[in-house]
Design a protein around this ligand. Structure first.
Ligand code: WQD
Length: 337
């Protein structure tokens, strides 16, 4: 299948493009390079032998999108393009609502215009809000999100559900990621945030190579075994495979379907730090700080539905992800050029 991958040069997008190529699909990449680097395109070619068609466009630009659809005629879209930093979304809410919603609305209007009836959407566990209990099931209601980033994901899920009801020919697969970590084992692709990393794993990796002096752990007074926050960390290579598996759900049975993509296991901040130290033979100095506003104590997935309906199960371990993250950071101390 020819598949448009919006945000296809990003951390998860680029791994997914690789997985699509190795599964015999033809990805076409649209990315505005707001949070990615053009150097990723050459690295995808190095790893796969294929240089996918690349359009440097903003997905909210309907004219540019129409030109792409006219030329490429994609049969499906995997939609990653969007801003994704929780903290930034709290300080810049209008930028997040405008960008994340406008890109999606422009995309859906263009898909309708060109008869493209399949979309896989990159959603997030944050749509569950503060969990009343774990693990979280796809049937759990979308909750009171704790930040504008999460709220845009929740709103887009609702837009897709309503669009599927209105257009009898649209199939939407909504993938709720938990916490993507790790990197491609080659060290050529990985999480390469601009500036100070918001997320835990890239921050640990930068401490490990001496780019940051210590990790700041946001709170050790949560109601968890060691007091630090617990999350469901899934290796980004597994996450990419989950997107290939999700294409099976584009089965012509119209409507919106939701799947959690995680491991089904919770890992605390301190457990991840210790796993990283053990996997790589390094020491990660840290200091305990106050809790971060918007954080929840515990968040992990039930992964039964993806296994039952897609035959999908994450297979890589936390240790694999720690090794791959460190390897990527060592090989790209100043990020991907
Ligand atoms: C994980 C744990 C922090 C940084 C968010 C989004 C999610 C996805 C991933 C995009 C928490 C603690 C973190 C640090 C720390 N977004 N932490 N020190 O907030 O669970 O999820 O990012 O892909 O949709 O909601 O991820 O990595 O920021 O935090 O102690 O320097 O690590 O308190 O317990 P989060 P995270």
């Amino acid at each position: 299948m020819k598949i448009l991958v919006t945000g296809g040069l990003g951390f998860i997008g680029s791994e997914t493009v690789l997985a699509l190529i190795s599964s015999g699909h033809t990805p076409v990449i649209a990315d505005n390079l707001y949070n990615s680097k053009i150097g990723v395109l050459g690295r995808i070619e190095t790893l796969s032998g294929v240089r996918p068609a690349f359009y440097r466009i903003d997905v909210s630009d309907k004219k540019a999108l129409a030109d792409l659809f006219e030329k490429e005629r994609p049969e499906a879209v995997i939609h990653f393009a969007g801003y994704k930093a929780v903290g930034e979304s709290v300080s810049k809410p209008i930028m997040y609502y405008r960008n994340n919603l406008m890109t999606t609305l422009s995309l859906l209007e263009t898909m309708e215009e060109f008869g493209c009836e399949n979309i896989v959407f990159s959603s997030s566990a944050t749509v569950y809000g503060t969990p009343k209990r774990v693990p979280l099931y796809e049937t759990d209601k979308r909750g009171e999100t704790t930040n504008p980033y999460g709220e845009t994901k929740s709103m887009i899920e609702r837009i897709l559900e309503d669009a599927c009801k209105a257009f009898s020919s649209l199939t939407a697969v909504i993938l709720r990621y938990f916490n993507p970590i790790g990197a491609h084992p080659s060290g050529l692709l990985g999480e390469d945030p601009r500036g100070i990393p918001n997320n835990l794993m890239p921050y640990i990796a930068q401490v490990a190579i001496g780019k940051r002096d210590k990790l700041h752990i946001f709170g050790n007074d949560y109601d968890t075994a060691d007091g630090t926050g617990v999350r469901d960390y899934i290796h980004v290579v597994d996450l990419a495979e989950g997107h290939v598996a999700a294409l099976k759900a584009l089965d012509g049975k119209k409507g919106a379907k939701v799947f959690n993509l995680g491991t089904g296991r919770g890992t605390s901040v301190l457990e991840l730090v210790h796993a990283f130290e053990k996997a790589n033979g390094v020491k990660i100095p840290y200091v305990i700080e106050d809790r971060r506003p918007g954080d929840v104590a515990v968040n992990y997935a039930s992964v039964e539905k993806a296994y039952r309906e897609l035959g999908y199960k994450a297979r890589l371990t936390i240790e694999d992800a720690c090794r791959d993250s460190y390897n990527f950071q060592l090989k790209n101390p100043d990020g991907i050029i």
